[in-house]
Design a protein around this ligand. Structure first.
Ligand SMILES: Cc1cc2nc3c(=O)[nH]c(=O)nc-3n(C[C@H](O)[C@H](O)[C@H](O)COP(=O)(O)O)c2cc1C
Length: 307
């Protein structure tokens, strides 16, 4: 009998992805940077670096420090701004056949809305990911994501500004993530992605100075995977909308853990810095797992944790 490959497609609200592999914002540039390693149209979606209305220069250097099992960054959402993204970066991505999701960041609710309206009118964008969870900026960002009322407000207002599928990215730097998750679902989010980085710091003991100029930064990589997995499991039990898992996914086994915990899709972040082909390796590994286990549709694996 002819081999029939498993169905890897997943649904994120109205958006059907050819497979559950997405790139995590800020770790895959604007896509083109990785195009010599990865066929961009082979991935479920490319989530680009966070975009703001106006360009941002980010935080002072040094803004990266290696830690045990991960890295700290305080990049601070440096980006070229929406207009240049649309004119200089988006056409390449669209031509490549990639499913493009834009991660957006604002200082105020009004900025999020204006940006969402602008992107809504731009063809080639398949969805938005609202970053209300960046720990490395002084305004906006995380301040919307750590309190249920302000999360509700920013998500509700952005929801009314766009018809595009709206994913909301949550911060792990909260006491109970399920409270924020429920609130953004109620405000109209189509999906939730989690987690962004966990606030941390590192010190140079020779100089007794912080290793990051910003003093604190966001921890990512394998060190945060168990926390991300726990939060995906907790959130997927209390919301009806799809959950997208992100945090320390380095290989197919990690990705499968998130899917079994309840994630409909996953994002690959820090792994791209270690292995620029990580996304494709993870895709092939998932396909092999499904084939070996005679699972013909990945959707039947989502949330099948046995307790
Ligand atoms: C250098 C760097 C830049 C990032 N920039 C963004 C960003 O612009 N927007 C965002 O929502 N998340 C950003 N993140 C967070 C990642 O998308 C992801 O949530 C986090 O790194 C955890 O996943 P990982 O452990 O697989 O890297 C950034 C992470 C890193 C390491």
């Amino acid at each position: 009998m002819a081999f029939v490959p498993p169905d890897l497609s997943v649904n994120i609200s109205s958006l059907t992805l050819k497979n559950p592999i997405m790139t995590a914002s800020g770790t895959f540039g604007y896509g083109q940077e990785y195009a010599s390693f990865v066929d961009l149209d082979k991935l479920g979606a490319i989530i680009v670096k966070g975009i703001s209305l106006e360009p941002r220069s980010g935080n002072p250097y040094p803004r990266i420090a290696e830690t045990t099992g991960g890295m700290l960054n305080s990049v601070g959402l440096e980006n070229i701004g929406a207009d240049r993204f649309i004119s200089e970066k988006l056409p390449y991505l669209v031509d490549s056949g990639a499913c493009v999701i834009v991660n957006l960041i604002g200082n105020t609710v009004e900025e999020y809305c204006e940006l969402a309206q602008k992107l809504d009118k731009t063809s080639g964008i398949k969805g938005l990911e609202l970053n209300i969870s960046c720990p490395n900026v002084k305004e906006g960002g995380i301040f919307f994501g750590i309190e249920a009322t302000s999360a509700f407000q920013v998500v509700g207002s952005t929801r009314r500004s766009t018809k595009l599928p709206l994913i909301v990215k949550l911060s792990p730097n909260v006491t109970d993530i399920t409270v924020i998750a429920r609130s953004v679902q109620e405000a109209g989010a189509d999906a939730i992605s989690l987690i962004n980085t966990i606030t941390g710091m590192a010190i140079d003991i020779e100089t007794r100075t912080p290793k990051l100029a910003n003093i604190t930064g966001g921890l990512s990589g394998p060190a945060i995977k168990p926390i991300a997995l726990r939060m995906v499991w907790e959130v997927s039990r209390v919301v009806e909308i799809p959950v997208i898992g992100v945090g320390g996914i380095m290989n197919a086994e990690d990705a499968l853990e998130f899917i079994i915990a309840g994630a409909s899709a996953i994002q690959v972040g820090t792994a791209n810095f270690v292995n620029p082909k990580a996304t494709i390796d993870i895709l092939l590994g998932i396909e092999k797992y499904l084939t070996d286990k005679n699972i013909n549709d990945i959707k039947t694996l989502i949330g099948t944790l046995k307790i």
